[in-house]
Design a protein around this ligand. Structure first.
Ligand code: GLC
Length: 750
């Protein structure tokens, strides 16, 4: 027996020995960690801190060379010339002591050269493929000049259209923003970060920035933890799960703590709960701005609070380089903290393959490739929202022989691109006027009279020309909206009516009695109730980008059929804000039968109007609800069935329904699934979007559609701050928008 044991033991030892000398297939991540640690061990404290420093490119290469040679710069933003980028990289790689490559960054928010609809427009498509494709095109174009990091997607849930940055996000809904944001991350980063066309994504602005009080940018927010976790954090968690390589801190102080110094969100949530191992970068000077906030007394305290809270890299305010060496020596910042920050930075640089391939091919030509323009056109088509179409004035048919094209947005190539465009060129924008002339110039008489020179123009002297053109036309196409500068960062408005004399223009041409199609291009929902009343049809395009014109021509003449839905609620008037669909019910919900201002009797009794939550001058409902949009055809929902009406917490609910195209055009419906948790340990929204799907049907076609909804997705952060599903009664809607449909009840049991 002993012999057998000896042989078996020897054999086992031999096997082990063989195994250990056979090269284990290298785990790429483990290999990167080894390289990071090896490099880190060679770095001086100053070189480590240099990696944590990001500057915005300026002047000549020589101006930055000394800093790069010293190892004082880890990343540069706003350099887009491939020759300069290679020159800067050569200095870093060949002339600095350790040759660590730079990470070149840019705000590539909705396209680099080929400009896609602004993100709010992409969200209106409810099509994650549109978001992914747009990000992929942006990555291919941006990486071709050497950019490997974009500060996008912006996934701040925003419910206040006074806030100019509502343009940059995916609207008011947590679920829609989560789906679209994760798709953008996938598009930017591709299948692997070390693919040379991959650029590191940067979900921003972490977190709660969209809740700026009063919709005034940079203003304080007051979001309690439960609302933060139920509404504002989930899109960022989805982006982290999608593998986002970096995160950016937001400007706002939430409940008195600026995000750039907020340990709870940067360490407890992002690192410990979500396991994020990428780079946390500040927003532009948001570290130093903690002094303006009154959260740090000086740059030394800025650097200490930011680094100890979990920031890895400082954008442009330079306090890390200036103050961290002293803070480490004084023991106010541990060198281990610095090491972890630098690990995160080096890890992403290795994952991007920058150490192996720091340079870019300076002769690569990919800009405005036909495939890119096609993707942008498709995105613009899918982002268009048909808000009104009476008497089926759209699509325009062969009876139309003369078209009046009016309004300041009909031929505004720069404005059409929208906010956050640094590298797109207006010379490549195809405007509606240009597209209509190109597609129909030989068949139609096109009378072009803008009437106003730009959206804020108050000079009404040319409106008469627009009226004259309108009176000679079979249909009026009025292109109004906002110049690009009127939305985006720091561009907030207290009044959301059409700017300038645009409303007068619409009123004037409407008086001709000709069919009036109003097309709005804007960066936010506008209070267009009056203009909608005056128009026979209204098509809304959140700044549609380079190919907005051809998309609109396709839509207006029926080559494409509108399918977009509102990603954000349209208020009747600015006083209704905040107004959004996933609101709480309150103890006195509006009945929507309230007596409104003009109907109130004189000397009406004090309690005669009832005591419910509404506005006497605006009622309760918005102008257009979330998820709303028409088509040239119509759809019927029927036969809605649940796989069960009593479910356990680990069950999956299957909802099936029939959708029929009951009209005359092939069209795409965005069917939506909403759920209400009727009673919770805390109050719950009256409904929340849980699924959506784009379904294309031919006229008369009927399809059975199903949604799979794990009961676990009904979890929320409850009274005990636990993320749980609570047993009880639920309602469910399958509907074309957030206000339609009838509830179907089901139970969840323990
Ligand atoms: C800006 C913006 C941020 C942007 C950054 C770099 O202030 O807040 O979204 O990415 O600075 O341009």
């Amino acid at each position: 027996m002993k012999t057998m044991k000896f042989i078996s033991t020897t054999f086992a030892v031999l096997l082990l020995g063989m195994a250990s000398c056979v090269q284990k297939p290298e785990n790429p991540e483990a290999a990167i960690e080894q390289k990071v640690d090896a490099l880190l061990s060679q770095m001086t404290l100053e070189e480590k801190i240099g990696q944590m420093n990001q500057i915005s490119s300026y002047g000549n290469i020589e101006d930055m060379t000394e800093l790069i040679k010293k190892g004082e710069i880890g990343s540069i933003l706003n350099e887009v010339d491939p020759g300069r980028i290679n020159a800067l990289q050569r200095v870093a790689v060949k002339e600095s002591r350790l040759g660590i490559p730079l990470l070149m960054a840019r705000d590539v928010i909705h396209g680099f050269k080929t400009i896609f609809p602004i993100p709010l427009g992409q969200a209106a498509s409810f099509d994650p493929q549109v978001a992914e494709d747009g990000a992929r095109v942006a990555a291919i174009e941006a990486s071709s000049v050497g950019i490997r990091w974009t500060f996008s997607p912006m996934i701040d849930v925003a419910r206040d259209p006074r806030w100019g940055r509502i343009a940059e996000g995916c609207g008011e809904d947590t679920y829609l923003t989560s789906v679209m944001g994760a798709a953008m991350v996938k598009g930017y980063q591709g299948d692997s970060l070390n693919d040379p066309t991959a650029i590191a994504a940067c979900p921003k602005h972490f977190v709660g920035y969209g809740a700026a009080e009063g919709g005034r940018d940079y203003n304080s927010t007051f979001i309690p933890e439960r609302r933060l976790r139920n509404v504002y954090l989930p899109p960022f968690e989805a982006a982290a799960k999608a593998g986002a390589a970096t995160f950016m801190t937001s400007f706002n102080d939430n409940d008195g703590i600026p995000s750039t110094g907020n340990t709870f969100i940067l360490r407890n949530v992002l690192r410990e709960e979500w396991g994020f191992d990428g780079i946390v970068v500040t927003d532009w000077a948001s570290a130093a701005e903690m002094m303006n906030h009154g959260f740090a007394a000086d740059e030394k305290e800025v650097a200490m609070k930011a680094v100890n809270a979990g920031v890895d890299m400082e954008m442009v305010s330079y306090t890390f380089v200036k103050e961290l060496p002293r803070l480490v020596k004084e023991g106010k910042v541990q060198e281990a903290t610095i090491d972890n920050a630098v690990r995160n930075i080096l890890r992403i640089k290795y994952r991007l393959g920058l150490f192996d391939q720091p340079y870019v091919d300076e002769n690569k030509q990919v800009m405005y490739a036909p495939a890119h323009l096609d993707a942008a056109r498709r995105a613009a088509v899918e982002s268009a929202i048909l808000l009104k179409n009476e008497k089926q004035v759209l699509p325009l048919g062969n009876a139309i022989k003369t078209v009046a094209v009016i309004g300041p947005m009909a031929d505004a190539p720069y404005e059409q691109m929208g906010t956050w465009v640094f590298d797109g060129e207006k010379s490549h924008t195809v405007t509606p006027l240009a597209a209509i002339r190109k597609q129909f110039g030989d068949k139609l008489q096109i009378l072009y009279e803008p009437g106003l020179s730009y959206s804020r123009d108050r000079n009404t002297s040319d409106i008469a020309k627009a009226v004259s053109a309108a009176s000679r036309a079979d249909v009026i196409l009025a292109f109004v909206g906002e110049e690009a500068i009127l939305s985006g960062e720091a561009h907030c408005l207290a009044d959301l009516n059409l700017q300038g004399a645009q409303s007068e223009l619409i009123e004037a041409v409407a008086k001709t009695g000709k069919p009036l199609v109003t097309v709005v291009m804007a960066g936010r929902p506008l209070t267009i109730g009056k203009e909608t009343e005056l128009s026979d049809a209204v098509l809304y395009m959140f700044h549609p980008g380079t190919m907005g014109g051809p998309a609109l021509a396709d839509l207006l003449w029926g080559k494409a059929v509108p399918s977009g839905k509102t990603p954000v609620t349209f208020p009747k008037m600015v006083g209704q804000i905040p107004v959004y669909y996933a609101h709480n019910n309150t103890g006195r919900p509006a009945t929507k039968k309230e007596t409104l201002l003009d109907d109130i009797q004189v000397e009406a009794g004090q309690t005669s109007l009832g005591c419910t939550s509404f506005y006497m001058d605006a009622g309760f409902d918005p102008l257009f609800p979330f998820g709303y949009g028409l088509s040239y055809t119509t759809f019927a929902y029927s036969n809605i069935k649940l796989s069960a009406t009593e479910l356990k917490k680990d069950d999956v609910l299957t909802v099936t329904f029939d959708l029929e195209n009951t009209g005359n055009y092939e069209g795409t419906e965005i069917a939506q699934l909403y759920v209400q948790d009727k009673v919770g340990s805390v109050t719950r929204p009256v409904k929340e979007l849980k699924r959506f799907s784009r379904i294309t049907l031919k006229p008369g076609e009927k399809k059975s559609v199903s949604f799979e909804l794990p009961v676990s997705e009904l979890a929320f952060w409850n009274i005990d701050m636990k993320h749980v599903v609570e047993a009880g009664d639920f309602n469910l809607w399958v509907a074309p928008d957030s206000q339609s449909g009838s509830p179907i009840s089901f139970k969840v049991t323990d």
